[in-house]
Design a protein around this ligand. Structure first.
Ligand code: 6PG
Length: 247
């Protein structure tokens, strides 16, 4: 059963500060309760200030295992690389063992082979349960309602027997967690900022809607589902039940 928590903050700095506090809390709790924390990072631009803030924190880094929920199919030194962004903003600045940072192998000729290899790595690290469980998955949401690289009306949305698959945006391949894998997570945290996300958020939070048109609707984890929004993004849903407004 999903535990939903929706919070709206006055601006992006307040959103980032809250997300930082919650991420630290979930990491520390996982390590205390289970001896380690498995974390999957979001790409895009919204989480970058969060990663920069986490670079200043002190954590038991040797207990952290970091993956990415999706990746563009580019080399890690490409400006579009999600792993490149998070490493520059955070992971290269803290003493986390490099062998515990699992970026997507985007150097393989076939993206489908990369998806298979990443799934194998994920199983090796998280265990061979049919559906391995992350402690925390960070997600963003595009203005079309996509999340990770689960884009509207794409075949990746229907994949239900894999952990990782090949998504695509405008014909360009992406590697992405599948919705079933994301929904296994103990905690999923969306970070959404900007008025350009209002229309998609309205559709995602609507009681009835098309999950294939607005894929973020598919994310209903068995654990916690946290939506952290700034006021620009959250305006249309601020009167919805269970939404907490922070000034
Ligand atoms: C990616 C992301 C993607 C992102 C959203 C929001 O690879 O682009 O994983 O799902 O989270 O597109 O991006 P912004 O944070 O830049 O708005």
């Amino acid at each position: 059963m999903t535990t939903l928590q929706v919070e709206i903050y006055p601006d992006r700095p307040a959103l980032v500060a809250r997300s930082q506090a919650l991420v630290l809390e979930r990491i520390r709790t996982a390590i205390t309760q289970r001896g380690s924390c498995s974390l999957a990072l979001a790409g895009g631009s919204t989480p970058k200030p969060l990663y920069e803030a986490l670079a200043k924190e002190t954590l038991p880094w040797s207990k952290l295992y970091v993956f990415w929920g999706d990746e563009r199919y580019v080399p890690i030194d490409h400006p579009d690389s999600n792993a490149g962004m998070a490493k520059a903003a955070w992971l290269d600045k803290v003493p986390i063992p490099t062998e515990q940072i699992y970026s997507v192998p985007t150097n393989l000729e076939k993206p489908s082979d990369a998806a298979l290899q990443y799934e194998q790595t994920l199983r090796q690290v998280l265990g061979s349960d049919e559906w391995p469980q992350f402690d925390l998955i960070l997600l963003g949401m595009g203005d079309d309602g996509h999340t990770a690289s689960l884009f509207p009306h794409t075949s990746a949305l229907a994949v239900s027997d894999r952990l990782v698959t090949v998504g695509e945006k405008s014909g360009e391949p992406r590697i992405t967690f599948t919705a079933p894998l994301i929904n296994q997570s103990r905690c999923v945290m969306f970070l959404v900022s900007g008025s350009n996300k209002q229309a998609a958020l309205t559709q995602v939070f609507a009681a009835e809607g098309d999950d294939n048109a607005f894929p973020s609707r598919k994310i209903r984890p068995q654990g916690e589902l946290l939506w952290l929004l700034d006021a620009d993004a959250g305006e249309p849903i601020k009167t919805f039940p269970d939404v907490k407004i922070f000034s």
